[in-house]
Design a protein. Sequence first.
Length: 358
Amino acid sequence: MGMEPQVSPFLRTAAAHAWRLLVVGAAVYGVFAVLGRFHEIGVALFLGLVVTAVLRPCADLVARRLPRGLAVAVTLIAAIALVLGVLAGVGEAVAGETTTLVREFRTGVDRIEDWLEKPPFRLNPHVLSDLHGRIGQFLSSHRSTLLSKAVSGASEAVHVLTALALGLFASVFFIHSGDRQWGWFCAQLPERVRSRWSLAGRAAWRTFTGYTRGIVLVAATNAILVGVALYFLGVPLAVPLALLEFVAAFVPLIGSPVALAVAAVVALAAKGPLTAAIVIALIVIIGQIEGHLLHPLVMSWAVRLHPLVVAVSVIGGAIAAGIVGAVVAVPLVSVGWAVFTALREERRTRAAPAADVT
């Protein structure tokens, strides 16, 4: 009989880890694929959890003076009024600056064209005028296509409103009695796994609430810094651009630079290259503040992920489920890692007494 081939211990260990990584990768891809397939429901439940994480402490505080149901209603109504007030203020700011913005943009476009005609670019003026003509020709020839896209955009708006309504509806129950709902779910499981599921749920919710409150604080800080800087620089639409920065900050590492790049384009068209250069410098400064001050101080206790893991998670989520995947990727990975860590520590704690006995 021939001797069986010897397998290197390193190769055996690498293979064992490789198939586990493949299983984890397939599971993560499956989660994002499901989110992409049923993104309205996924977005609604995610929004409900986000609203719960932000407003649950306020509802608990109000519930000290009012019945629980009334406290939840007061908290949600006050939050909705605040959001609608902010949106109304942004709309008023846009309406008030429309005439000025159109005039400044026309002047800014002419300024950019003069700038491109000079060194080092030395573009032919006929190229720019020809570009204007081609844009106009494209819009006129594709008018029906653009109209159909506008109609499809209206249907997408209906889906967004539906998701918002479902998320608000879910948040009512999550805020009112989310802990009791999770307790009921755990009670339906076999008794031998109830404690582990309860532990996993506590770890997941602690991490999710820490991440949500932290990212809201980071986004608000970024928006205030951007709004104040753009206002003093005289850039039009400072308030809407600050709101865009707030929303974009929910996509870590990528969203904030993209929003500030939009602000730089507006500054270039309205105020010229010098102001645009200052806004670009602002991108670098805010990125440093966010990466080296805000994230370590605000979210390090809740989210213990390497920046490379965050970047890969955001890109992978965007590939699998678009913008929805990009937004939920980091909290989903953070929650998964928190649950894994909690269960691993619990398993070590149970194994420790047995080791002491032997």
